[in-house]
Design a protein around this ligand. Structure first.
Ligand code: GDP
Length: 441
């Protein structure tokens, strides 16, 4: 049984912690989209480890990790992450498989992104400036360089020369020497070689011998290139459709979909955020929730829980259940608002609009729930939550139209409630932590 984990909001929902929590029940964790712009923070054995490119399953020594064709790979970022893990005593060894079809982020993609953002001026998107967007542009423009090209020196030389010459026409400087880029890529290819292979074949064979996978999404549904608040989106398919295209699997390989949503809402960068709050209310959420980007350190915009957005994410992804994170951040608030619909002009709408001008003009319809004074922080059983916090979760569940299976009450792996008899509890019961370390097929 394979489960996909997707962000049900604008990213940073705490997917890293939930993936880390569920990973011991699976023997493979696979990433299917994005690049090293993701910032999954995991606290384990008192250490804070932020993973940008590798699946967070890499922290578990018995788990194989896959980077699918839908991911764009910056070889230097990959090596830096492998070294960072080594400094924590974690060896990647032969537990990593990178798709030979994944596209590469080339050294000048970052400067192209900075240039594009500067040209957009006040209409900038607020990207992480890691070259991810330009790498996806090259992929769709059919001039990208793929991992398998690293092992075809003549083809690589031709591709890199054409790309660097195009870059040199765009950027007025002394010009980049394509040979330097080429040599660096050849060297990177050699270093990556042990980890490169056919991901679809690996996964299909693994499933046929009973192994199970967790598909780890990065960013969130509202940042998806197709389904998000375009153009203020990421460049990849961050919703569940990305699993099939980004790993080369059929839809029947996904047996369950868990959406991750914060108990409130945040967003990094530009674009509409209907439940956004400002001033002291925003500062309170930002400081208590430590809402600063894991990749960029940028302060995140904060707002109340938006059930219109999550209902939309539930439809786009076919969510079976929700994991609600950061409930503890709301501890001590006298009242907690929840957005049930949007007021647009004279109408109240229940569905997320595609037109950004319409979305920007929407005002949230807020339902205010009583807060709770006893802390939820660190609670590990549903019954340990104050009554008002349980009422909040149950109202959130009702207006989102998806059952809440998991509640996170702190950043530690153990500060988590898996509700008894919930969808996720049933998944996990079917997949007890495997006693064996399955060999790679
Ligand atoms: P991701 O990109 O979706 O994995 O999210 P991030 O890792 O960027 O953001 C989640 C942050 O919130 C991390 O620092 C987590 O350690 C932290 N976190 C996750 N769950 C909880 C929770 O329930 N409570 C609190 N206080 N922090 C949490």
């Amino acid at each position: 049984m394979n489960i996909a984990i997707v962000g049900a909001q604008w990213g940073d929902e705490g997917k890293g912690k939930i993936v880390d929590l569920l990973t011991p029940h699976f023997s493979i964790v696979a990433r299917y989209q994005g690049g090293h712009n993701a910032g999954h923070t995991v606290f384990t054995e008192g250490r804070r480890i932020v993973l940008h490119l590798l699946p967070s399953g890499i922290l578990h020594p018995e788990v194989d990790c896959v980077v699918g064709n839908g991911v764009v790979v910056d070889p230097q970022a990959l090596f830096a992450e492998i070294e960072m893990l080594r400094s924590h005593g974690i060896e990647v060894g032969n537990r990593l498989l990178i798709s030979e079809k994944a596209h590469l982020i080339l050294p000048y993609h970052r400067e192209l992104e900075l240039l594009a953002e500067a040209r957009r001026g006040e209409h900038r998107i607020g990207t992480t400036s890691r070259g991810i967007g330009p790498a996806y542009e090259d992929k769709v423009g059919r001039r990208g360089v793929r991992v398998c090209d690293l092992y075809d020196p003549d083809g690589l030389a031709e591709g890199v020369r054409e790309n660097v010459e195009a870059r040199n026409r765009l950027i007025a400087d002394a010009g980049l020497d394509w040979r330097a880029v080429y040599d660096a890529l050849l060297a990177a290819g050699e270093r990556m070689r042990p980890w490169v292979g056919d991901v679809t074949l690996f996964l299909t064979r693994a499933f046929s011998v009973g192994r199970s996978a967790l598909f780890e999404g990065a960013q969130g549904t509202l940042l998806d290139i197709d389904h998000g608040t375009y153009p203020f989106v990421t460049s990849s398919s961050a919703s569940v459709g990305g699993v099939c295209t980004g790993l080369g699997l059929g839809p029947r390989a996904v047996h369950g979909v868990l959406g991750i949503a914060k108990a409130y809402t945040t967003r990094v960068g530009e674009g509409p955020l209907p439940t956004e709050v400002h001033g002291a209310e925003a500062d309170r959420l930002r400081e208590t929730g430590q809402e600063f980007g894991a990749s960029t350190g940028r302060p995140r915009r904060c707002g109340w829980y938006d059930a219109v957005a999550v209902r939309y994410a539930a439809r786009v992804n076919g969510l079976d259940a929700l994991a609600v994170t950061k409930l503890d951040v709301l501890d001590g608030l006298p009242q907690v608002p929840l957005c049930t619909g949007y007021r647009c002009g004279g109408d109240v709408i229940a569905d997320f609009p595609a037109d950004l001008r319409q979305l920007a003009a929407c005002k949230p319809v807020l339902d205010t729930m009583p807060g709770w004074s006893a802390p939820t922080r660190g609670a590990r059983r549903y019954g340990d939550l104050p009554q008002e916090a349980r009422d909040y979760i149950e109202r959130l569940e009702e207006i989102s139209g998806v059952p809440v299976s998991i509640i996170s009450t702190g950043s530690d792996r153990d500060d988590t409630i898996v509700r008894e008899d919930s969808v996720a509890a049933r998944w996990l019961a079917r997949f007890p932590i495997p006693p064996y370390s399955a060999p790679r097929t």
